[in-house]
Write a protein that binds this ligand. Sequence first.
Ligand SMILES: Cc1ncc(COP(=O)(O)O)c(C=O)c1O
Length: 401
Amino acid sequence: MTAPKLVDLTLGQAVFPMSEPMRLAAARAATGDLPARYPDRRGLRRFRAVLAQRHSGPQDSGPQDSRPRHSGPQDDGPQHSGPRQIRPEQVTVTCGATQAIVALLAGLCRPGDRVAIPDPGFPHYRRICRLLGLTPVGYRQPGAGEALEINELGSVLDHHRPAVLLWNSPSNPTGWVATADELRAAAELLRDRPVHVISDEVYEEMVFVGCHRSLTELLPPARASSVHSCSKSLSLAGWRLGYSISDESVAAGCAEAVWTLSMGASTIGQLTAMVGFVDSVTWAAQRRAELQDRCAVLNAALQSLECAIREPHGGCFLWLDARTPQRADELLIRLRDELRVQVMPGRAFGEHGESHLRVSFGATMPDVVEAARRITAATREVSETTPDRSDRATRVTGGAP
Ligand SMILES: Cc1ncc(COP(=O)(O)O)c(C=O)c1O
């Protein structure tokens, strides 16, 4: 008998068909008069104008603590009501948020500098630091609904004196979304410390509890940049498009690095994403609602694995605490080899991820349902043959405590 097809729940991409306006824009660009020259190194001016507008908002007094406000299909999208007015000159279009992080770090740091990164956190932060000859130092990333350990962050900054702090809300992998109080406390902490903040906001469109606010709104513009992703916000991961927002002098360094790395970002991608940001609001709300459904289906099935799971406030991951590294490994192997469901080992995200597994609910609904079905069926089988609960836990987890 052939093994069933592997269901891949590893990647942080929310898989959705393109919205109709984006599909039409891509077709128009491909069949029309698409300029075949190298693009402007900072990105198409009209795309940057759309992006600048998207992140500008009326003056206000800073973030209000909106929790427990739930985003949902009735919403127009995440709140970008920050006090800033962004100009197109502050925006640099990049090949994905990944390149935005590389380009910003290349412009802001010298080899040997330290960079504070969340742990657990996006594995590319470490890889990028290594590539650029920078030294990553970890600070604790909270789980969904947990409080940021602000004193620990303070002591990491004071002890290591990093040139840059990478901040990630909503968090990959934990699903934490910073509250207004946490943003204020972090801004207060950063006020007198000479560190540039790169706020990685790629999951800004995937917030389910609370609302997304940027830490950069509370910091002096010269000391804060943000990075954004069309992979996540528009489900265009294969188009490799993202952007950064900085003060103009930092943006100039970022554009210079983008020119060195890739001589700009794809023109057809920019024309397509531009329409996505302007014309796909309903699609974005429907997508967020479906992501919540995918999350609920998987979460219900994963309960049978007897891990601690915090419902994510944002992002597209369930972060399972298996309690020991050994049990995390056993579960990962069992899911992969017996149930043919592939998930990520938590240790890929840093020291604090060791006892965890990360399960993406960005996969299509049929894949999510199939994975949930296999997990539920396997654990039901075990519980039917072993009525004693403690014995069941042993069988399900392969002998872990
Ligand atoms: C936190 C975080 N930042 C950045 C990225 C990279 O995004 P992009 O595809 O736009 O390069 C990812 C991708 O998974 C991510 O999880």
